[in-house]
Design a protein around this ligand. Structure first.
Ligand code: CP
Length: 326
C-alpha cells in the first residue's frame, strides 16, 4: 500500500549510517546489532542508572501505540522507558479518536505534536511503520513493536541476546523454528538477525500451508518433517498458530492433529543436540505447539526471553534517543 516510500532498512539510518529509528533487522549490520546486545547484556546484570543519565531522560516522552493486543512487548517497553526515567503514555486505541475515523498517520502526528519523542507502534497492516517514519520521522523516533506478519525487530534482538547468553558464539549453530511461519513476524526478524550473526543453518519447519513464500536468507532451509528439523539442532523455537491472522484471510486450520505432527515434545527433543535450548516468543498455547512440561523444563529459556525483552528495549530506547538528541 505504501510501497513507494523508501525501504525501511535505509529509512532507519541517518546520513552517518547510524540507527535513527528501529523498523527492521533486515540489512541491519552486525556492528549495530552487537552494540545493542552488548548494552542490553550490561542491563541484565545491573539495574543502576546514574543521576546524570536520569537527567537526560527525565523530560522525554515515550508513547505506546498498540493497534493489536500485546502483553510482553507493550509492558516491557513501558518498564524499559520508566527505568531510564522517561515519561510514558499508553494510548488506549479502543477509546481513541481512531474510532471516530481519524487516520493512522493523523493519530501518530497528534501524539507527536502532544510531545512524544518516541512512538512505539504495533500494527496489523504491512508498511505502516514505514509510513509513520516517512511522514513524521524527522520530528520523533519510530520503533517497530510488531508489524503485520513481516517484522518484530526487538523480539528478534531479545532472541539473539538469549541465544548468545547460552551459546556464546553464533558460528556453527543450527537453529530450528517450527510452526506457523507464514503468519509469524517473529520468525522473519529472528531469522534475519541470526543470518547477520553468522549461524550455520536455520531450519524452518511448518505444515505446507504455513511455509514462507520467500527465502529469508542463504542459510535458511524449509522442511515439513519436524524430526528431521530437530535432529542435532542447538536451538529449537516453537511458534504459535496465529488463528487471528488465518481467519482474517478467510483460511481455515484446525489444530486437532498439530501437536502429534508438529508439537515440540520431550521425545522429539531427544533428537536435538544434548545441550539444546528451547525457545518460544509467546504467547504459548501449551500442549498445542509445545508440551507444557517441556516449556517449564531446565532446557527452556522462555522466561529468560521475556526478561531479556526489558534489557533489549532499554538499550534500543537509550541508543536511539542519545543518537538523536545528544
Ligand atoms: N512476543 C510477543 O510479541 O508477545 P506479545 O504479543 O505479548 O507482545
Amino acid at each position: 500500500m505504501y510501497n513507494d516510500y523508501m525501504d525501511e532498512s535505509l529509512l532507519q539510518l541517518n546520513e552517518k549510517d547510524e540507527l535513527c529509528h528501529l523498523l527492521t533487522l533486515k540489512n541491519l549490520d552486525k556492528t549495530a546489532i552487537e552494540k545493542i546486545l552488548d548494552q542490553a547484556q550490561i542491563y541484565t546484570a545491573s539495574k543502576i542508572i546514574s543521576d546524570e543519565e536520569r537527567g537526560f531522560f527525565q523530560n522525554l516522552t515515550i508513547a505506546n501505540l498498540f493497534f493489536e493486543p500485546s502483553t510482553r512487548t507493550r509492558v516491557s517497553f513501558e518498564i524499559a522507558a520508566r527505568y531510564l526515567g522517561c515519561n510514558v503514555i499508553n494510548i488506549d486505541i479502543e477509546n481513541s479518536s481512531e474510532k471516530k475515523g481519524e487516520s493512522l498517520i493523523d493519530t501518530a502526528k497528534t501524539i507527536q505534536s502532544l510531545g512524544a519523542n518516541v512512538l512505539i507502534v504495533r500494527h496489523g497492516e504491512q508498511d505502516t511503520l514505514k509510513l509513520i517514519a516517512n511522514e513524521i520521522g524527522e520530528h520523533c523516533i519510530v520503533i517497530n513493536a510488531g508489524e503485520a506478519n513481516i517484522s518484530h525487530p526487538t523480539q528478534g534482538l531479545l532472541d539473539l541476546l538469549t541465544i548468545r547468553q547460552e551459546k556464546k558464539s553464533f558460528e556453527n549453530l543450527i537453529v530450528t523454528i517450527i510452526g506457523d511461519l507464514s503468519h509469524s513476524r517473529v520468525a522473519q526478524s529472528t531469522a534475519q538477525g541470526l543470518t547477520t550473526m553468522g549461524v550455520r543453518e536455520i531450519r524452518l519447519v511448518s505444515p505446507e500451508q504455513f511455509s514462507l513464500d520467500e527465502n529469508i536468507s542463504h542459510v535458511c532451509r524449509s522442511l515439513s518433517n519436524v524430526d528431521e528439523g530437530i535432529k542435532n539442532a542447538d536451538v529449537v523455537m516453537a511458534l504459535r498458530i496465529q488463528h487471528e491472522r488465518i481467519n482474517a484471510t478467510g483460511e481455515e486450520y484446525t489444530t486437532q492433529n498439530y501437536f502429534e505432527e508438529f508439537g515440540l515434545t520431550h521425545n522429539r527433543m531427544k533428537l536435538a543436540s544434548p545441550d539444546a535450548i528451547i525457545m518460544h516468543p509467546g504467547p504459548m498455547n501449551r500442549n498445542v505447539e509445545i508440551e507444557s512440561s517441556l516449556a517449564n523444563s531446565p532446557k527452556s529459556v522462555i522466561q529468560r526471553q521475556v526478561a531479556n525483552g526489558v534489557a533489549v528495549r532499554i538499550a534500543v530506547i537509550d541508543q536511539l534517543l542519545k543518537s538523536r538528541l545528544k
